[in-house]
Write a protein that binds this ligand. Structure first.
Ligand code: GTP
Ligand code: MG
Length: 184
């Protein structure tokens, strides 16, 4: 009998989820990890954690350690501590509140100023336009502008997401993890 056993690779990746208050960071993580959604808003205090295990391919197991950082932390000094050793990030805004989109660049700058990969490059980051269930059909219309925004500000991509209706969260995670895997 040939008892050859395929080698299994295991990786642990620290992923940050940041963005303004109430944009849906906790809801996106709860949907992704527990397939659960609640309309009730309870602001995160400081940081919460969640773990998502992915069978990435037949011989690769990936553990995503998701750091759910409170929106109010942009005004504090703790983000430097929270960002340490992260290898990927999501920045979330709320499509129904344009001021949360205006803050995206501030979050991206905060991220890039405080954490880098070991080779000095910026941490791969995906932009999430959340609560897309609240927009009327075709309202996320300016795709070209969003593409340009991503290029100009160093995002590897963006997705309209809904934690409520479970739209594009898996795809966005796949995009980020692919980039992380390819970087190594
Ligand atoms: P902080 O912890 O304060 O930074 O907020 P957060 O970004 O974690 O937001 P949270 O996930 O707590 O969501 C805020 C509110 O938005 C809650 O009432 C959620 O139910 C609601 N919400 C989140 N995602 C969605 C979504 O995709 N669609 C809709 N309609 N509501 C959402
Ligand atoms: Mg939260």
């Amino acid at each position: 009998l040939d008892t050859h056993v395929a080698e299994t690779n295991e990786h642990l990746y620290k992923i940050l989820v940041i963005g303004e208050l109430g944009t849906g960071k906790t809801s996106i993580i709860k949907r992704y990890v527990n397939n659960f959604f609640s309309q009730q808003y309870r602001a995160t205090i400081g940081v919460d954690f969640a773990l998502k295990v992915l069978n990435w391919d037949s011989n690769t197991l990936i553990r995503l350690q998701l750091w759910d950082i409170a929106g109010q932390e942009r005004f504090g000094n703790m983000t430097r501590v929270y960002y340490k050793e992260a290898v990927g990030a999501f920045i979330v805004f709320d499509v129904t509140r344009m001021e949360t989109f205006a803050a995206v660049v501030k979050w991206k700058n905060d991220l890039d100023n405080k954490v880098r990969l070991t080779d000095g490059s910026t941490v791969p980051c995906v932009l999430l336009a959340n609560k897309c269930d609240m927009l009327k059909e075709g309202a996320v219309n300016n795709l070209t502008l969003m593409e340009k925004f991503c290029q100009d500000n160093g995002f590897i991509g963006w997705y309209p997401t809904s934690a409520k209706d479970n739209i594009n969260i898996e795809s966005a995670a796949k995009c980020l993890v692919s980039e992380i895997v390819n970087n190594r």
